[in-house]
Design a protein around this ligand. Structure first.
Ligand code: HEC
Length: 273
């Protein structure tokens, strides 16, 4: 027989454990998350699409546009070790998508079309169907993929500059030669698990995107360092429109933040009203 003292201690410990569970244990994580899910995944994607738009437009106009005027090269083969060039805008985006792919936040990004230059950018399955509808409505479209349990958000990509049209129409691998200014040329597709997210998750999605931009930018600056000394721009806080200058990663990202943050902050505050 065990002594009475033993059983008293067992019962005491049991009661303490019960008390802990009922009164002081943290709420199960799922309950906390559910209460805190202030965004639908669709809203979060609209914010990412906004950030992506600002980034891509700034890159296209202030770097590719102004840089070309100075005689710098931008190429689809920019990652080739023998080619010294910056990425074309679509390749800049692809670089960010690859960075996201290898990161920890389960956020997917893809730029596709029904008539792509690059055959791996051809929309397939449900995304192809949604894109056909987008040709009529010309608006963002969302759906929930029941197989992967991901929200998919597709955002229209228009031929906003003559260069989009000429380069695509004349490209040796193009599958369509009569693009016109203003046409819907493709869509940016985002994917993320689940249908709602916490504010923390929205912030980590945006941070993952910005980290992707930072990494692609570092790779671009390595190309700059390989440029011929006679035209190599100085890396710092100035821009190609001012001469032989290229913004550092910090300077480029500060500009994106300045352009995108008011809208992002307003949307985040609104979701908490
Ligand atoms: C100097 C040439 C050039 C310019 C300018 C250009 N693109 Fe592209 N674009 C490409 C190439 C090359 C690809 C394929 C990249 C790859 O390998 O994924 C591409 C890919 C795309 C894709 C993915 C589908 C596809 O065709 O493979 C879309 C959508 C797209 N571009 C839209 C645009 C838009 C919109 C603009 C203008 C804002 C633009 N492009 C400007 C060369 C260009």
């Amino acid at each position: 027989m065990r002594p009475l003292r033993f059983w008293v201690s067992v019962i005491l410990v049991f009661c303490m454990a019960l008390g802990y569970l009922f009164f002081s244990a943290p709420e199960p994580l799922a309950a906390v998350d559910a209460a805190d899910n202030s965004f639908s995944t669709e809203e979060a994607m609209a914010l990412l699409a906004y950030e992506n738009d600002v980034t891509r437009t700034l890159y296209t106009k202030a770097i590719v546009g102004a840089g070309k005027a100075q005689g710098w090269m931008f190429s689809e083969d920019w990652a080739d070790p023998d080619v010294v060039a910056g990425p074309l805008p679509a390749l800049f985006l692809r670089g960010i998508a690859e960075e996201l792919n290898s990161g920890e936040v389960p956020l997917g990004l893809y730029l596709g079309s029904d008539f792509p230059i690059e055959s791996s950018n051809q929309f397939q399955g449900r995304q192809a169907e949604i894109f056909t509808e987008m040709r009529e409505r010309l608006e963002p479209a969302y759906f929930f993929d029941q197989v992967t349990h991901e929200t998919i958000g597709m955002f229209p990509d228009f031929a906003s500059a003559p260069a989009c049209v000429t380069c695509h129409n004349e490209h040796e691998r193009t599958s369509k030669t009569d693009w016109e200014l203003g046409d819907l040329m493709g869509a940016t597709t985002w994917s993320f698990p689940g249908d709602s997210v916490t504010t923390d998750e929205v912030v980590s999605m945006l941070q993952a995107y910005r980290q992707g931009v930072a990494n692609v930018w570092s790779r671009y600056l390595l190309e700059i360092e390989d440029m011929d000394a006679s035209m190599r721009p100085e890396i710092g806080s100035s821009w190609p429109s001012q001469g032989a200058y290229i913004p550092s990663g910090r300077a480029f990202q500060d500009s994106v933040a300045e352009l995108a943050s008011p809208h992002l902050l307003a949307a985040i505050l609104e979701a908490h009203e």
